[in-house]
Ligand binder design. Sequence first.
Ligand code: SF4
Length: 189
Amino acid sequence: MVKSRIEKLDNEIKNCRRCPLWKGAKNAVPGEGPANAKVMFFGEAPGREESLTGKPFVGRSGKLLTQLLEENGVNRDKVFITSILKHRPPNNRQPKKCEIKACEIWWRKQIEIVRPKIIVVLGRFAFDTIVNEGKSLSRSRGEFLTLNKEWGEQKFFITFHPSAGLRFVKFKEILRKDFRKLAKKIKSF
Ligand code: SF4
């Protein structure tokens, strides 16, 4: 039942024309993972590799994400991985406010269907879009947060986007530390 709801939603996303981004993208990237996943990861938007394959986090950042999960004993297939935007912005430019607003309906529906225990927010863009409560990313990072009533008991775990770990060794080490903490929690379910 939940699986078929997610599949139906994937099709709606693939046919979405709510903003112009679909025109320049090769494929929509709704995300992938078990429909009853306990954990959902949200990045920013599909990049080149993701747009070509229709799969989330398959480029260099995705490889680091997979590595961070696996080195802590978490199988990538057990979690749901997606992003805030479902079509790639041209040349990986910053998404526009109107595009973010247009696409909001989809990530909200995904969370509503999957009902994960933890939502992992990767990087500034996803943080500003999902958390958006005047909180500071640097002070919230590495913590399990409970947000406003809208989200009930769902916990949010904030960390950097893996692309930051590719650019700076310092951030990679912080990501490693955060993923150790996150994996401990995931294994406790
Ligand atoms: S980016 Fe989002 S809102 Fe825009 S067309 Fe794609 S799915 Fe629709």
